[in-house]
Design a protein around this ligand. Structure first.
Ligand code: AHG
Ligand code: MN
Ligand code: MN
Length: 326
């Protein structure tokens, strides 16, 4: 077994068939991500994983070989899991696996593509719903319908932060045993923080509330926030999320006025919603600036959403800058 679950994992899911299906599916994903982690660890020895395939995904991002390979590995793993439907960043439309099965899984198979060749952490994100009769209705719903979500990181350690709706747990892939092993039973994000993450090169494209907030961050102890605000930006959502889960902080990818960036860059179904679920279950908050991410209904499969998450107090402070603007 690729993962040794804690005694509590998914026990809160009352329907035993669903609980069993969730556990089986997370085992399949853990198996898949062990394989992806192995490819990442071999880096340049694994030929050409960072090279562009020449194709683009639905969102227009250039696909790299590892994006496609990761999607193939996850697809193959889910084919033997109790999964009816699979939605992926790398697939234009929903893949029907076995309509009689219980679950629907969405995934960003490889997050942080731009970091593949740089030996910087990258990862895999997944989201699990109870499937409905049709493929579309299985995913076109609010993120609060998720029954499980998780973030794998391929970094100095290969880790999984996962929730089934009763707290967020961290597992580490033990290189000695090849098993994801419980490391932290209950993640807790501090309510306050003095660290933020944003791609500052987009400064002149942001709206007034985000610009105002970040300018106040830059004023540090001399400004209204009254303390130095440290800045970190990995460029892999999974790695920034993992840091915030570990020591607090705030992540922002707001909308901006570049063509195609009105709703930011990150996708609601397989990036924002699963990260929001894991973050909330660790005591943090996730919004689109003002609205709770998990309350937002999915309207198109690859829909983007502005994403702000992390420690409760700074996420609320940014919402207050939006309110002042209104
Ligand atoms: P992906 O590799 O799945 O396309 O996602 C990349 C995302 C996310 O990981 C990161 O936070 C963000 O894009 C970085 O965007 P910029 O290059 O605009 O900073
Ligand atoms: Mn991504
Ligand atoms: Mn991706």
């Amino acid at each position: 077994m690729a993962i040794k679950f804690s005694s509590a994992f998914a026990k809160n899911i009352k329907d035993e068939a669903v609980q069993t299906a969730v556990r089986k599916t997370v085992v399949s994903l853990a198996n898949a991500c062990k394989q992806i982690s192995h490819i990442c660890a071999r880096g340049p020895l694994e030929s050409g994983m960072g090279t562009q395939t020449g194709a683009a995904n639905t969102d227009g991002d250039a696909q790299k070989a590892l994006d496609v390979r990761s999607d193939e590995i996850i697809t193959a793993a889910l084919e033997t899991a109790p999964v009816a439907y699979y939605a992926s960043e790398e697939q234009d439309s929903i893949v029907t696996m076995d309509k009689t099965e219980l679950l629907a899984v969405a995934s960003d198979p490889l997050d942080g593509s731009s970091n593949i060749d740089t030996n910087v952490s990258i990862g895999t994100i997944f989201s699990i719903f109870v499937a409905k009769d049709a493929a579309v209705s299985s995913f076109f719903r609010p993120g609060s319908d998720q029954i499980c979500a998780g973030v794998f990181v391929y970094g100095p350690q290969t880790t999984l932060v996962v929730t089934a709706g009763a707290g967020s747990e961290t597992y580490v892939l033990d290189p000695d045993t090849g098993v994801f092993t419980l490391a932290i039973a209950s993640m807790k994000i501090e309510p306050s923080s003095t660290e933020y993450a944003i791609n500052a090169s987009n400064h002149h494209h942001w709206g007034a509330p985000v610009r105002g907030y970040i300018e106040d961050c830059l004023l540090g102890a001399c400004g209204p926030l009254g303390a130095k605000q440290n800045m970190r930006w990995v460029g892999s959502l999974v790695a920034d999320a993992n840091r915030i889960l570990s020591r607090g902080g705030m992540f922002m990818y707001p909308g901006d006025d570049r063509p195609g960036y009105k709703d930011g860059r990150l996708r609601l179904l397989y990036e924002a919603a699963p990260v929001a679920f894991v973050i909330e279950q660790a005591g943090g908050t996730a919004t689109d600036g003002t609205r709770r991410i998990l309350d937002i209904d999915l309207e198109t499969l690859h829909q983007r959403i502005p994403l702000v998450f992390g420690s409760r107090e700074p996420v609320q402070a940014l919402a207050d800058y939006h309110k002042k603007q209104d």
